[in-house]
Design a protein around this ligand. Structure first.
Ligand SMILES: [Zn+2]
Ligand SMILES: [Zn+2]
Length: 292
């Protein structure tokens, strides 16, 4: 199963360049343009890709057509998708049919991708994992209603089969946390046990030191890393959304920090034991130890 988080511009090119298959499910953290601007091209290119890949031209049998051309499932909070002014659906509603909008029914509840009135089977493919997720609200910008972070967890099919009940298999892997854009979180969110010692977490780190209005800095994220990582488990922390402009504006640097500056900042930080912090480079492949 290919799960994509957010669809900002160049994601289609990057996936083609890297030979990554079209996603089955798209999760949206919030409706800002830099996170959704490629949604139209993604939905169209994906359908075109499916047609070419399957050599399908024959639309005669309705059932088969539905199975072959399963729309892209787009999952986001209700406000992220449906907000009357800023919701993604407000701008991309015309993609209905190429995508299937799936608002998340509530925060802090585990949902199963397979069980959310969704892609119960992915036409012919075999997936070894049962994917579950939950959304927790984050503070970002007033023009990004419904901003959230996602926590994913995976259950093994094998165990699920043995228990004989869907979704009741033993937990096999630790959580994966994807922050989306965030400035801060309410206290109850920060305290969520689901954020403790994940296998991997991706954090929005817009600046190195400068405290911005809408995004967390690496400095602020250090506090989160120390809080969430006990030091008893291996955790891979990836920093993304790097800009650094605020560091230049605030005089922390006499230039906008470049790759070397970011690298130096990461190297200076001493995280808790067993925690690795890295910059998420474009197109790079990362695997937490337990996924190797
Ligand atoms: Zn944003
Ligand atoms: Zn952003």
């Amino acid at each position: 199963m290919h799960v994509l988080i957010d669809a900002g511009a160049l994601c289609v090119e990057t996936m083609i360049e890297k030979g990554v298959s079209a996603p089955d499910v798209l999760f949206l953290t919030h409706p800002h343009f830099d996170h959704v601007s490629d949604l139209d091209r993604l939905a169209n290119s994906r359908m075109r890709g499916i047609m070419v890949q399957r050599g399908a031209r024959d639309f005669e049998e309705k059932e088969e057509e539905e199975c072959l051309f399963r729309p892209l499932t787009v999952i986001g909070t209700d406000d992220c998708l449906n907000h009357p002014l800023d919701g993604v659906r407000t701008r991309f509603g015309y993609l209905e049919g190429l995508v299937r909008w799936m608002p998340i029914p509530g925060y802090d509840l585990w949902h199963s991708v397979q069980g959310l009135d969704g892609p119960d089977d992915f036409a012919g493919a075999e997936y070894p994992f049962h994917l579950e997720f939950k959304a927790l609200p984050v503070r970002h910008s007033k023009h990004a209603p419904g901003s959230c972070l996602f926590i994913f967890r995976f259950r093994s099919d094998e165990l699920r089969d043995r228990s004989g009940e869907q979704g009741k298999g033993s937990l096999l892997f630790r959580n994966v946390v994807i922050s989306g854009d965030l400035k801060s979180m309410e206290d109850w969110v920060i305290k969520s046990p689901d954020l403790r010692d994940p296998a991997c977490m991706v954090l929005d780190s817009n600046t190195i030191k400068a405290s911005g209005k809408y995004h967390a800095s690496f400095e602020e994220n250090k506090a989160l890393i120390r809080r969430w990582c006990s030091g008893d488990e291996e955790v891979l922390v990836l920093l993304n959304h790097l800009s650094g402009f605020g560091d230049y504006r605030d005089g922390n640097y006499d230039h906008v920090p470049d790759d070397e500056d970011w690298k130096a900042a990461v190297e200076e930080f001493v995280p808790p034991p067993m925690v690795t912090v890295r910059i998420a480079e474009d197109g790079a492949c990362f695997a937490p130890p337990q996924f190797d």
